[in-house]
Design a protein. Structure first.
Lengths: 110, 123
């Protein structure tokens, strides 16, 4: 099972929106809605931001939202803030494997 | 509060084994699957395997089958990940992570993470 494909980097100015894509195949993202997103600051453990494509755990700001179209899921961060600067990883349940992470995207707040 | 506390950093020689512990507190240990994820320096996240603390069933990523063993001790709410035949490319931070659940509905996502354990493999 290969890693899901994410762009290496994304950026935006404070207050703007940034969208990160995560592309899989018809065997993972395309068939399951069990996709989650994680935020990771340097030297820290990942933090769950989105699960089941578009659900937010308690405590995660509604500036973070998720969506899916075909074999691609996306994470949108609206109203960018300085503390949103971090690495972001998608993760999909893929059945037999059963989990695979994305390659990761570094978000820079300009 | 709900938390996972992992054992400290370790240094091993190639060919050796390492065992990392993950102590859970603040919730019912047997009620949630526990996963292990690793991250090599400067690299991305890599899923390794899970254990169902209620019964001890496990599942491992194909890449690690035969080298990784995940166990648990329910009496002390602790999960363990043992990796054998260590190589230099096993140098990484190893995380335990709880699989989220709401009223029996699986999140298929990892809602609580340990702080990570750095394992260095070097001769």
């Amino acid at each position: 099972q290969s890693a899901l494909t994410q762009p290496p980097s994304a950026s935006g100015s404070p207050g703007q929106s940034v969208t990160i894509s995560c592309t899989g195949t018809s065997s993972d993202v395309g068939v399951y809605n069990h996709v989650s997103w994680y935020q990771q600051h340097p030297g820290k453990a990942p933090k769950l931001m989105i699960y089941e494509v578009n659900k937010r755990p308690s405590g995660v700001p509604d500036r973070f939202s998720g969506s899916k179209s075909g074999n691609t899921v996306s994470l949108t961060v609206s109203g960018l803030q300085a503390e949103d600067e971090a690495d972001y990883y998608c993760c999909s349940y893929v059945g037999a494997t059963p989990y695979v992470f994305g390659t990761g995207t570094t978000v820079t707040v300009l | 509060q709900v938390q996972l506390v992992q054992s400290g950093a370790d240094v091993k020689k190639p060919g050796a084994s390492v065992k990392v512990s993950c102590k859970a507190s603040g919730y019912t240990f047997t009620g949630y699957y526990m996963h292990w994820v690793r991250q090599a320096p400067g690299q991305g996240l890599e899923w390794m395997g899970w254990i169902n603390p209620n019964g001890g069933g496990t599942n491992y990523a194909q890449k690690f089958r035969g080298r990784v063993t995940v166990t648990r001790d329910t009496s002390i709410s602790t999960a363990y990940m043992e990796l054998s035949g260590l190589r230099s490319d096993d140098t990484a931070v190893y995380f335990c992570a709880r699989e989220g659940d709401t009223g029996g509905s699986d999140w298929y996502a990892f809602d609580i993470w340990g702080q990570g354990t750095m394992v260095t493999v070097s001769s």
